[in-house]
Design a protein around this ligand. Structure first.
Ligand SMILES: Cc1cc2nc3c(=O)[nH]c(=O)nc-3n(C[C@H](O)[C@H](O)[C@H](O)COP(=O)(O)OP(=O)(O)OC[C@H]3O[C@@H](n4cnc5c(N)ncnc54)[C@H](O)[C@@H]3O)c2cc1C
Length: 406
């Protein structure tokens, strides 16, 4: 790894993009437009412009009134509790559909806390035959010849945002039609999605694949045509692999035997480092707490964010730009590029205070600095049993009445 380097994130957004492109010259992507500017100010604008009635009516449609809040929640520009309370206080139970959607994020995250790195591998045996072929170039370049799937890949690569329904269709196509390895596909998504989040992402792939659900997710042409307003089907010349009844699709996709794959997904462990002997206490800012309004920022300690290649080396340029946007609003945070341990030691840090996270890589990086983890708020402040975390419906049976007050 090259020596650590202090970064000075420009306040002007155009300059910032040039700077990020120069610093991360190997990162894939062209950069984000103003509609996806990172940071708390943009997050609040999005939160203030939601339409909960339209959301309930049409969020499953590609042109529905979805909120685009996920990248901001993912990076802590807004906390989940803050967004949830703001929506509930403004709209009450009229917002139930959206509040339930937000609860999925809490649920997946609690599963991550509970299971740790095990979520990278299959949690349950698949309920149907799935395959483990590597991701093809046609998929990662969006050149399958199917206008719908290629458009979803294009969204992923150019904006880093893909509508929920399109994520489900694309994931189902990759896992059940092409029999590719969901774990490689989940990693690929995570590299590009602005909201790329190990829990919501990897567990959603497992939900589609049926390794964390009771059945596989699949769809037909009629379903895709309905929720896309036929925008891809109308002029499509391809032989449609989805143009069938659910019974026929099930027969075609699942009635085959594939070699089981019992392998654990390899997780690269980070090397153990000796404890720091320095004295300075610092706030370590990680990628889930990118808001100047964070409680910890009131503490009178130096604050550090490190673009550590061990955490972010695989991220697209769009993701890195989004983070830089967030950091540009956070005065007083020293931003570095390099090895976290080297940076913190070079600044005399012996102890860090930071927000808790289920991310074991962050925990491993901070181990030498006697980390103190500030608890992260969950939607309800009660311990949810492991049994309830087996399925969202069980979790929601318990949490729904507590948070909706119904
Ligand atoms: C294969 C696959 C991969 C996914 N990867 C991610 C990911 O990396 N990060 C991520 O945040 N979400 C992920 N999701 C969940 C969901 O697609 C996105 O949260 C949602 O599309 C974000 O867009 P939005 O903010 O406009 O959503 P909205 O529909 O406006 O929902 C509002 C908020 O509710 C939460 N939410 C809604 N649905 C879900 C869900 N099923 N799971 C978790 N949270 C949900 C999100 O925080 C979202 O911002 C994935 C889903 C699938 C099927």
């Amino acid at each position: 790894m090259s020596p650590a380097q202090r970064l000075h994130i420009p306040s002007d957004r155009v300059e910032r993009l040039h700077y990020i492109k120069r610093i991360f010259s190997d990162a894939q992507g062209a950069g984000l437009g103003p509609e996806w500017a990172g940071g708390r100010l943009s997050a609040q604008k999005k939160l203030n412009s939601i339409d909960v009635v339209a959301y309930a009516r049409n969020h499953n449609f590609l042109n529905g009134a979805v909120t685009h809040l996920s990248p901001y929640l993912r990076h802590g520009c807004l906390s989940l509790n803050e967004a949830f309370s703001s929506i509930k206080n403004r709209f009450g139970l009229e917002a139930e559909t959206l509040l339930t959607a937000l609860a999925w994020r809490d649920y997946w995250r609690q599963v991550w806390y509970e299971k740790g790195d095990a979520i990278y591998s299959e949690i349950e045996p698949p309920k149907v035959a799935i395959g483990y072929a590597p991701l093809s170039d046609a998929i990662v370049q969006g050149k399958t010849g199917l206008p719908c799937m290629d458009a979803f890949v294009n969204d992923l690569l150019t904006t880093g945002y893909v509508h929920h329904h399109a994520r489900m269709w694309l994931a189902s196509y990759i896992v059940h039609h092409l029999k590719m390895d969901w774990r490689a596909a989940a990693d690929w998504f995570e590299h590009h999605l602005l909201d790329g989040d190990i829990a919501s992402n990897h567990l959603s792939w497992q939900w589609v694949a049926s390794t964390f659900s009771s059945k596989p997710y699949y769809f037909n042409k009629e379903n895709l045509g309905r929720y896309t307003g036929e925008r891809y089907c109308a002029n499509c010349k391809a032989i449609c692999p989805f143009d069938d009844s659910y019974e026929a699709l099930s027969e075609r996709l699942f009635n085959q035997t594939l070699a089981p794959n019992a392998k654990q997904y390899p997780i690269k462990l980070l090397p153990m480092r000796a404890p720091s002997s320095f004295k300075t206490i610092a706030i370590y800012v990680h990628d889930e707490m990118l808001s100047a309004a964070h409680d910890l920022f009131k503490r009178p300690f130096p604050k550090f964010f490190v673009f550590d290649p061990q955490l972010y080396g695989h991220w697209s340029l769009n993701r890195l730009q989004f983070v830089a946007d967030c950091l540009s609003e956070m005065d007083g945070v020293e931003v570095w590029l390099g090895d976290t341990c080297e940076v913190l030691m070079s600044r005399g840090v012996g102890q860090v205070i930071t927000q808790d996270t289920p991310n074991r890589k962050i925990k491993a990086l901070l181990a030498p600095f006697a980390p103190k983890w500030q608890p992260e708020a969950q939607l309800v402040d009660v311990k949810i049993s492991t049994k309830r975390l087996k399925r969202f419906s069980r979790y929601w049976e318990k949490v729904g009445p507590l948070v909706l007050g119904s």
